[in-house]
Design a protein around this ligand. Structure first.
Ligand SMILES: Nc1ncnc2c1ncn2[C@@H]1O[C@H](COP(=O)(O)OP(=O)(O)OP(=O)(O)O)[C@@H](O)[C@H]1O
Ligand SMILES: [Mg+2]
Length: 378
């Protein structure tokens, strides 16, 4: 396997020229060095009655479109016309505009573009169309019960996915606009280990995929009244998180709410994977947790039987714990609805932060379940 040129292995342009000349020579071409200060090219290569010129770019960055255009112009004018072809060989690669320029050239172009590696040259085939951009993955956070944490989960899940290297768009579908009242049109997520990321927030009415071209993941904070959400977005959901609470007296009631939620989603979307997530979790101790978990899974057994894309997340594996940070994050809406805080409840307290840990855990779980790792930006 060939490896890219290490800057330390080729320290100067003459060394690079020598390296490329040797590679071309190995492919049975005669290689001659151009005159010193020869404009337009650095090497002349010959095989049989073919004669071509080679321009070399020893660059740390990508080749730009004007650099490539100058070579194309040279080949079109008197001096260049004598040659059968031109090779443009560089160290790192070709930038987007240079690649776009190459694509405008037909198959008969005299120019071939290459990248020099440690032990070979690799040609950039401009006739191969680039793969289409991956389709965006849509997540909804929905349940027909109000106040169980849809907005909290949507915002912080977006934050945790952004921390993991995804570009995320948050779409506020709830006419109450709580999400926008809390985070405005964007939220910065500081990362103690790096520079942090900004998530863009969109109003459902203005949502247009093209406005979030760079985002691979879209998370929608839904209105609890399903009919108030645009049905074309609900149809598009690949995954839906259904937040619920885990309290002993409410569980059987929640079972009915979830049943109702699933029925409503399925009237519009049969494909989405649905995940029930426990929010506001308070640890009741081992014995009681066992008991609660049993009642919890019984409440959803019937739905699981009928719907093989319905999943209950084991709260011992992933849940969102009750936390003061999340509670106060929500209170901002009463204190200052006109002036969004533009932040999430991810601050570290004494070096830790439950919401940050829980949502990163959820994001990890989702990445594994949804196989969205390939969408990561870096
Ligand atoms: N894990 C948690 N710990 C503490 N407080 C929480 C937690 N999750 C949510 N809350 C608080 O509960 C309240 C309701 O949450 P949220 O607004 O996210 O629910 P919702 O389902 O979006 O509500 P609505 O149906 O009104 O849109 C908020 O004040 C929020 O701050
Ligand atoms: Mg809400």
């Amino acid at each position: 396997m060939s490896s890219p040129l290490e800057p330390q292995s080729i320290r100067s342009f003459p060394e690079f020229k020598q390296h490329v000349a040797e590679l071309i020579h190995k492919a049975d071409w005669t290689v001659e060095t151009a005159k010193i200060n020869q404009p337009g090219y650095d090497l002349v290569v010959k095989k049989g009655n073919l004669v071509g010129v080679v321009q070399l770019k020893w660059l740390i960055g990508n080749v730009t479109a004007p650099q490539l255009l100058r070579f194309a112009d040279f080949l079109d004018f008197d001096e260049g016309k004598k040659f059968n072809f031109g090779w443009f060989i560089t160290t790192k690669g070709f930038g987007g505009p240079a690649l776009a320029l190459m694509k405008t050239w037909g198959k008969d172009t005299k120019i071939r573009c290459w990248i020099a590696y440690e032990n070979k040259l690799i040609m950039i085939d401009h006739t191969v169309p680039p793969p289409p951009p991956p389709k965006k993955v849509y997540f909804g956070v929905f349940t027909c019960k109000g106040g169980v944490g849809k907005t909290t989960v949507a915002g912080h899940l977006a934050g945790a996915l952004a921390l993991q290297g995804f570009n995320v768009a948050l779409v506020d579908l709830d006419p109450e606009q709580n999400l926008q009242k809390l985070v405005g049109d964007g939220v910065f997520v500081p990362n103690p280990k790096g520079v942090g990321t900004t998530i863009q927030v969109f109003d459902g009415d203005d949502w247009d995929e093209d406005a979030a071209r760079d985002c691979q993941i879209v998370i929608c904070d839904c209105s609890p009244a399903l009919e108030r959400n645009p049905s074309d977005i609900i149809k598009r959901l690949d995954y839906c998180i259904i937040p619920t609470t885990f309290n002993p007296l409410g569980i059987s009631k929640h079972g009915k709410v979830i049943q109702e939620t699933v029925t409503q989603i399925r009237e519009i979307n049969n494909e989405a994977h649905l995940f029930v997530l426990v929010n506001n979790f308070k640890d009741p101790g081992i014995k009681r947790l066992r008991l609660l978990k049993e009642v919890y899974s019984n409440a959803y057994k019937e739905i699981s039987k009928k719907d093989n894309k319905f999943h209950c997340i084991d709260p011992e594996e992933v849940c969102i714990r009750a936390s003061d940070l999340l509670y106060y994050w929500g209170i901002h809406i009463l204190e200052n609805p006109e002036n969004p805080a533009s932040r999430l409840a991810f601050d570290l307290v004494g070096g830790r932060c439950y919401p940050r840990e829980d949502f990163i855990n959820l994001a990890d779980y989702i990445e594994r379940q949804a196989g969205i790792g390939i969408l990561r930006a870096n």
